[in-house]
Design a protein around this ligand. Structure first.
Ligand code: SF4
Length: 242
């Protein structure tokens, strides 16, 4: 049995500009307190790689992209082969990643197997133990971050960097810390702040909705990139004067 957990047959949201499917891979090295995919993180895959390849073959001409997500897909040893075969079928490929496996990231990008990356910037280093469960992943993440920003600057990939925001675990100054870090690395593009929407879902840390809010008007304007806001009330994000 492979690490493939399930396949979402169609999405227009997860791969902008493409009609895509999502391949979800089981297992993850992190334990983010707000993770709303505990089954994918903690359980084992239920499908073989052949099932994904057969699905992609059957959707040729109807879908244009495939998203590799999870869990953390970069810890699936067969990911390069799956991405290669997807590209040979004509699909665009996107990877959703927590950025803690720079070795696999380099392999995928050096071999031209991934067109687009969505990278989660979880938190400033001093909060890693609390937010992602283990501070040892700070250095590999920073290696990945620097690498993928360089690849984007070289025009080799599309890149989106994003942070899931729960006001009990991050505050506005933590978001400012990340903005300053991205500016120092000359990230260009959009940095997305994503409000966590729990809707009572089970999370790894059994968290509840926060009653605190972010004060976005305190954020300074980034020099090299723009800010985007997802799932926040319009008036909350509008208070950030761009
Ligand atoms: S939210 Fe965290 S724990 Fe959940 S899959 Fe993503 S990186 Fe892993």
């Amino acid at each position: 049995m492979g690490q493939l957990y399930s396949i979402t047959p169609f999405t227009q949201l997860d791969y902008p500009g493409e009609l895509a499917c999502i391949a979800w891979f089981s297992g993850c090295n992190l334990r983010c307190i707000y993770c709303h995919n505990p089954d994918i993180v903690l359980k084992r895959g239920q499908k073989d790689d052949a099932e994904l390849l057969s699905f992609l073959e059957s959707r040729r001409g109807r879908l244009t992209g495939v998203v590799f997500s999870g869990g953390e897909a970069t810890f699936c040893p067969s990911l390069p082969d799956l991405a290669r075969q997807a590209k040979e079928m004509g699909y665009k490929t996107k990877l959703d990643t927590n950025g803690t496996n720079p070795t696999m990231l380099r392999k995928l990008l050096e071999d031209g197997l991934i067109d687009s990356i969505a990278l989660d910037y979880k938190c400033p280093p001093h909060l890693a133990s609390r937010v992602i469960g283990d501070a040892q992943y700070v250095l590999p993440f920073q290696e990945s971050l620097t690498y993928v920003i360089g690849e984007r600057r070289a025009g080799k990939i599309n890149l989106e960097i994003r942070t899931t925001c729960h006001a009990d675990f991050l505050d506005t100054s933590d978001l400012q810390w990340i903005i300053d870090d991205l500016d120092s690395l000359e990230y260009s593009g959009v940095y997305w702040l994503q409000n966590i929407v729990t809707r009572g879902d089970k999370t790894l840390g059994n968290i509840s909705p926060s009653h605190r809010t972010f004060d976005f008007k305190l954020l300074t304007h980034p020099k090299h990139f723009s800010l985007g806001f997802r799932n926040f009330p319009a008036q909350a994000s509008a208070r950030h004067s761009m």
